[in-house]
Design a protein around this ligand. Sequence first.
Ligand SMILES: *[C@@H]1O[C@H](CO)[C@@H](O)[C@H](O)[C@H]1NC(C)=O
Ligand SMILES: *[C@@H]1O[C@H](CO)[C@@H](O)[C@H](O)[C@H]1NC(C)=O
Length: 633
Amino acid sequence: MTFTSLLCRSATYVATKEVTHRSFLLFFRQPVICCLNLCELIVKLLFVVCCGIITVLLIIHKYENLDNFKRTLYYRYAVDGEFFAQPRNVAGERIDWHDYELMEDELNRRGPGEQGRPYKLTNGKDIELNAKLFKENGYSAVVSDMIALNRSVPDIRHPSCRTKQYLKELPTVSVIVIFYNEHWSALLRTVYSVLNRSPPSLLKEIILVNDHSTKKFLWGPLREFVETELSPKVRLIDLPERSGLIVARMAGARAARGDVLIVLDSHTEVNTNWLPPLLEPIAEDYRTCVCPFIDVIAHDTFQYRSQDEGKRGAFDWKFYYKRLPLLPGDLEDPTKPFNSPIMAGGLFAISAKFFWELGGYDEGLDIWGGEQYELSFKIWQCGGRLVDAPCSRVGHVYRGYAPFGNPRGVNFVVRNFKRVAEVWMDEYSQFLYERNPQFAKTDPGDLTSQRELRARLKCRPFKWFLEEIAPDLLVRYPPRDPQPFASGRVQSVAEPKLCLDSLNHQAKEPIGLYTCAMNKTHPQNNQFFTLSYHRDIRVRSNDKCLDAAKLNEEVVLFSCHESQGNQMWRYDYESKMIIHGKDHLQQCLDADLVRRKLFVRSCDKTKPSQQWNWGYVNFVHLQNWDVYGAKFL
Ligand SMILES: *[C@@H]1O[C@H](CO)[C@@H](O)[C@H](O)[C@H]1NC(C)=O
Ligand SMILES: *[C@@H]1O[C@H](CO)[C@@H](O)[C@H](O)[C@H]1NC(C)=O
C-alpha cells in the first residue's frame, strides 16, 4: 500500500461524506481526482524546494562562501537594535554627554596617584618587591597596587572639547580587552576606568579575554571577582591555549554583542567623556574606524600625561611604526577627527558590521605583529576611513621592559609581515624584502582566502593608498635609502689616531672616541657612521642617531626619529666642521680629547678639536645641501 493510494482513499472518503447522493459518480471518477490532488501537491512541494534552493543560492552569491555568511550571522545576531540598519540622527540632534557629577567627584578625590599624579615608593620592602615585579611586568606593579582602581586622571583635552556636543543617538559598544599575564591592579584599573567613564546606555559590555595566562590569579580568583563584582557588564573568556593577541581579539569580537567593537590594551585608563567622540564618526558612517589620542602612563610612577597633541600614524620600510606630522588644516578645528594612515594598534573603535565585512583580522597572523598594518591597509584600500579623534583620550602604560619571550621559537613577526605585504602591498613589498634577507627565507603560508577577500571587496591598489592617504610617507621614508652625504669613519683632526666610536653603547648612552679602525670607508660597525639623507648621523652598530639636547651637552645615541631637530647635522668639508642643528645656532661637534668625550659647543673655526675627516664624502650632495636630502622641517 503506497502513499498515493492512501491519499486517494481519504479523498474519496471526504467526497463521499459530503455529497452522498453523488457517491457513485465520485467513486467512478476517483482516479482523476486523486491524480489532480497529487499533482497539485507535487507542484507545491517543488515550488517550496525551488524557493529554498534559490534562497541558498542567493545567500551564497551574496556572501561568496558559507564562511562569510557565518561571519555575517555573528554580526546579525549580535546586535539588538541594528543601529546601522536604519537611518539615525536624521534631525542631527546633539547633546552634552559629560557626566558632571563624576567629573566633580573626581576633582575632589585625594590619595596616591589621584588626578594622575606620579607616585613614588618610599618603603624599602615595597621598592624591593617592585624591582622583582618589574621583571615580570615591565612596569611598577607595586605602585599600581598603591593607586585606587578607580583613580581620577587629569582632563587634559583641548579646552574646546569640554563644550563639544555629540549626536544623541550613538551605537552601543563592546569593549574588548585581551590580556596575557597582566598584573591584577593594572588590568582592573582598565576595567574600572571604562565602567566609570562610559555612559551606561552606550556600554553594552566589557569582554575580557584571557589568552591562557600562566599567572594563577588570572584564572579562579579573577573569574570569581568578575562574577561577584563586575557581572553582568563584564564577561570573561578563557582561551584553551596561548593564541596571541590577534586570535584572542577575534574571539572577543565573535562574542561581542554591541554595534561597535572597541579594542583596548589591558593596561590603559580612559579619560573624561572618551566615548562619544569615538562613536560619532562611526554613527555617521559605519565604515569609519576611530582611534583615541594615546596618553602616557609612566611605567615607573603611573603619572598620567599627554604624549603630544596629535600625529598621523605611518611605517618605515623596516615596518617599524612611525608617526608623521599633521597636514595643514588637520587641526584647524582642534576637536575634529583627522585622517591617519596607520593605527598604533592597541586602541581603536570600529563597527562590528565593517569589521566583519573586512573579514576581521587575517587569522593566519600569529601572536602579534603586523596586525595594525593589515587592518589599516584594509580599511583604507577597501572603502573605509581611519581617523584620530582628538577629544577622546586614553592613557596607556608603555612598558619599560619587554617581559614576555617568544612563545613560538620562530620569527613569527617576519612571517606576519610577509603575509600582510604579499596580500596588500603590491609592488611595494619588495622594499621591505630588500631591507631584510629573512623575508626571502620565510614561508607566509596559505594566502588564498586573504587574496579572495581583496578581490571580492574590490580594494584599491597600495599605490593609491600611499599617494592619496600618506603622500608625505614616501618623502620622509623613501622606499630605497638615497645616497648619504658622507659615510665611514669620522677621524679627529686634532688627534688623528682617534675616531668617533659608539663604544657599542645603546640608546641614551654617550658616544666616545677610540683608536681609529684601519679601513676608513668601511670600518667596523661601531665606527661606521653615515651622514644620511635624513640629515642625521647614524651608527651602523645599533642603527641609532647622534643626538644633542642643547649647547655644551654631551652627545648621546638615540633612536633615529627622522625629524631633524636634536638629530640634525651638517658637514662643512671646507672648514671640516660638523654643525649641529640649524646653521644660525652656530653649534658644532667638539671633542674633549683627554676624557674622550663629545660635546656640542659654540663653533670656533680655530679649534682643531672641532675638525673632522669623514672616510667618504659625497661632494656633489654636500654642495647641494639645500636641495638634496630630506626636506627641512
Ligand atoms: C571607587 O571610588 C569610590 C569613591 O569615589 C569608592 O567608594 C569605591 O570603593 C571605589 N571602588 C574601587 C573598586 O576602588
Ligand atoms: C675597505 O673595505 C672595503 C669593503 O670591505 C674594501 O672593498 C676596501 O678595499 C677596503 N679598503 C682598504 C683600504 O682596505
